[in-house]
Each structure stands twice: as structure tokens, then as C-alpha cells.
Design a protein around this ligand. Structure first.
Ligand SMILES: Cc1cc2nc3c(=O)[nH]c(=O)nc-3n(C[C@H](O)[C@H](O)[C@H](O)COP(=O)(O)OP(=O)(O)OC[C@H]3O[C@@H](n4cnc5c(N)ncnc54)[C@H](O)[C@@H]3O)c2cc1C
Length: 380
């Protein structure tokens, strides 16, 4: 067993911290308040190579392996403050680029991957519907074969990046109920019959835009099918393995940064004759933050390693997603508590971190769904 990063991976992480602390910090509080998508920061991330980090080099990507991508994203989380733009980038990379790179044919990859990798095309994915969230395989959007193409009808909700996206990966029902009934489609924004609803206002991650997407007699050519008819559920499961890791990797960096701030505050802030860190109630909180960070980190690295080695890691990625998201929320809550009244104030930027963190226990499968998955693999 070898727990060392290579010198190259450490350099990638250092570069990510440097970039994120230089470009993804200033003005975060104001952007969060305004709830606007910062296009200039999207472009800066693209110039740094973040959007295309996993895209193979022939399509203008960085061609990194999954563990190296995790190292980079951890560094981004550590350096950045704008968790919203980071989430928009990871959602784009994991849920749109990922399935396209893995299951697209050469024509689809040639058409879309270079733009997605350099950030000039923004990607989104629509799985969730108003009446099917956790029960993703129960989605009701239909795709019916017609004159050599397909006609899609339905509605998607909570589609990250939808207000600004150019390309949607849409999951629709082409057959009967359940696993074999789903197919994945590539739907460009300008397709007739596709409309994007107004931006939905969120509690956190407010610089990452989200909205509903409506498909009303939305006609697509046969070439819009991604990975073959009836392979939607397989693509969904394969994509989820990696998506859980990519969207959670920045949280490791955020947790480390918040832990460092909390330690510094616990050393310096006095209440009575001693620093608050001398009170066991506070120091044990810090110890628990450290435990949550290190346990999450190991599970995440292990899941990425397993996925790279074996090509599949459903249990490992579900365990990592569950552990990181729950520890992340707990860490932010502890930081607010350690900072006392200051922690509740916007200027201290911890209340925003807590609001941002809460989303991680919901998206890419809620914590309950990760537990179901883990228990299900034990036959329960
Ligand atoms: C910030 C954000 C970004 C998102 N981005 C996207 C996106 O880009 N694309 C997309 O398609 N979706 C996206 N989603 C949607 C997300 O995947 C769903 O919100 C999530 O799957 C839960 O579905 P739901 O909201 O319908 O909740 P429900 O499924 O209605 O669940 C409600 C509650 O019941 C629990 N529950 C449901 N079923 C079970 C069960 N079988 N066992 C135990 N508990 C259960 C859930 O865990 C939850 O606590 C996003 C959501 C958020 C918050």
C-alpha cells in the first residue's frame, strides 16, 4: 500500500491552490448575495484547464487520470471561496463531459468535447424530474422514435448550469419501465422544443445557476443518442461512480481550510483567562473536524484508486460521497460554533460555507440514497 502522491500530482495540487486563491476568492460575498453566474470566472477556470481536466488530450483536454483530477480539485476547494462556480465546473465535467467522453462515438466527441474542454460550451444534465428525484429510474420523460429520429416530451428540474448551458445530456424513457427502458440523448440548447425555465433561487452555491428544462415535441436526429438505445441506466450508473468523487473532491480542500481557520481562532480567541481552544469542548470539536477530514479524504482517494484500477467502484464511491458530504456539513457547523457570534456573521464567510455544504447531502444522490446503495450491496 502506498499513500504517497507523486511529485507531479503535488505540483498539480499546488498550482490549483495558487490559481484558486488568486482568481476564485475576491468578491465572493457580493456574488453570493446577487446570485449571479460569474462568466469571467468560468472563463478563468477554463483557461487554467479545469473544465477539461479529465478530457483526453486528442480533444483538447488535460488528459489527467482520476486521482490527479481529485488532487487538482482538492487544491481548488482549498484555495477558492466561490464554491458555486467550482460546483458548476465539476457538474459540467462529471455529468456532461464524462458520459460523452466514455460513451460518445467519434463524431459526437469531435463535435462537442473540444468546446466543453475549453469552456466555450457549457454542459448540463437532466435526470431529475418534478416527480422523480431519488427514484431516478422512475423518470417519465419519453423519447419516441419518429421518421428516423426521436421526439422527446417531459420536464426536468434542478438542472445545474441550465440557465447558461449550451448542451444538455437528457435521460428519457424509450422502452418499458426500469433499467432497460432508459436512453441518453445529447440535446443542444437551440433545439426546437427545448426551453429553459427561469433561474431558481437557492440557499447556497448561489453563483451556480439552476433551473427547469422543458421538452415539448423536441425533435432530435438519430445521431443524438449517446451510447446506444436502452443504455441510459448503465451510463447513469457508470457516470455516478465518477461524479460522486469529482463533485466531492473540492470539499476536502474546503474542510482543510476551515479546520485551519478554526484552529487559528481557537488559539487566539480568549474567553476569560484562557484561549477557547484550551476548553475541551472546543478542542474536541477540532479533533472531530480533523477526523472527519482525514476519514473522508482516505475514502475519496481509495474510491478514485479503485475506479482507476477496476473500472468500477459503486460501493467505494457511495461510501466516499456519504462520508465527505456529512463530514463537510458537520465541519462547517463546528466552525460556526467555534467562531461564536462571529461565525453567524456574513463577513466571516462561514455561514455561506455551511449553506453551500448542505447541498452536498442532496445532489448526486442524497445521503439516504447512498446508504440504500451501500446496504443494497450487502443484499439488504
Ligand atoms: C444544488 C443541487 C443541484 C442539483 N443538480 C442537478 C442536476 O444538475 N441534474 C439533475 O438531474 N438533478 C440535479 N439535482 C437534483 C438532485 O439530484 C435531487 O434533488 C436528489 O436526487 C433528490 O431528489 P428530490 O429532490 O426529488 O428528493 P426526493 O427524492 O423527493 O427525496 C426527499 C427525501 O426523501 C428521501 N428519500 C427518497 N427516497 C428514499 C428512499 N428510497 N429511501 C430513503 N429515503 C428516501 C430523500 O433522501 C430525501 O431526504 C440537484 C439538486 C441540488 C440540491
Amino acid at each position: 500500500m502506498d499513500f504517497d502522491w507523486t511529485e507531479e500530482q503535488l505540483e498539480l495540487r499546488r498550482g490549483a491552490v495558487e490559481f484558486a486563491s488568486r482568481r476564485l476568492v475576491d468578491g465572493t460575498t457580493e456574488r453570493d448575495r446577487a446570485g449571479v453566474f460569474p462568466r469571467e470566472l468560468w472563463a478563468a477556470c477554463a483557461e487554467f484547464g479545469l473544465q477539461g481536466v479529465l478530457v483526453p488530450e486528442p480533444w483538447n483536454g488535460g488528459g489527467q487520470d482520476l486521482l490527479s483530477a481529485v488532487a487538482i480539485l482538492e487544491g481548488i476547494g482549498y484555495g477558492a471561496r466561490d464554491n458555486g462556480i467550482v460546483f458548476s465546473v465539476t457538474a459540467h465535467a462529471a455529468s456532461c463531459e464524462g458520459p460523452l467522453a466514455a460513451f460518445g462515438n467519434d463524431a459526437q466527441k469531435d463535435e462537442w468535447l473540444p468546446g466543453l474542454a475549453d469552456g466555450s460550451v457549457i454542459g448540463a444534465t437532466g435526470v431529475t424530474e418534478p416527480d422523480s428525484g431519488s427514484n431516478a429510474l422512475g423518470l417519465e420523460t419519453t423519447a419516441v422514435e419518429d421518421r428516423g429520429g426521436w421526439v422527446l416530451d417531459g420536464a426536468k428540474t434542478f438542472v445545474t448550469n441550465a440557465p447558461v448551458a449550451d448542451l444538455f445530456v437528457i435521460y428519457a424513457r424509450t422502452g418499458g419501465s426500469g433499467f432497460a427502458g432508459l436512453t441518453c440523448f445529447l440535446v443542444p440548447r437551440q433545439t426546437e422544443g427545448l426551453t429553459v425555465g427561469p433561474p431558481m433561487e437557492k440557499m447556497g452555491l448561489r453563483t451556480s445557476p439552476i433551473s427547469q428544462v422543458y421538452l415539448d415535441s423536441c425533435r432530435l436526429p438519430a445521431s443524438a443518442v449517446l451510447g446506444g438505445v436502452a443504455s441510459g441506466a448503465m451510463i447513469f450508473n457508470q457516470t455516478m461512480d465518477v461524479e460522486r468523487l469529482l463533485v466531492m473532491a473540492p470539499a476536502i480542500g474546503v474542510m482543510e481550510r476551515i479546520l485551519e481557520r478554526s484552529v487559528a481562532h481557537a488559539r487566539q480567541r480568549t474567553a476569560g483567562p484562557v484561549a477557547i481552544g484550551k476548553h475541551q469542548a472546543i478542542s474536541h470539536r477540532i479533533a472531530d473536524m480533523e477526523l472527519g477530514l482525514e476519514a473522508s479524504r482516505l475514502l475519496l482517494y481509495r474510491a478514485a484508486w479503485q475506479r482507476m484500477r477496476r473500472g468500477t467502484a459503486p460501493k467505494e464511491s457511495a461510501l466516499a460521497k456519504l462520508a465527505v458530504s456529512e463530514a463537510y456539513v458537520e465541519s462547517c457547523r463546528s466552525a460556526v460554533q467555534i467562531f461564536g457570534g462571529y461565525g453567524y456573521m456574513v463577513d466571516y464567510e462561514l455561514e455561506r460555507e455551511l449553506r453551500d455544504a448542505l447541498a452536498t447531502t442532496l445532489y448526486v444522490g442524497t445521503s439516504e440514497i447512498q446508504r440504500n446503495l451501500i446496504a443494497g450491496l450487502r443484499g439488504l
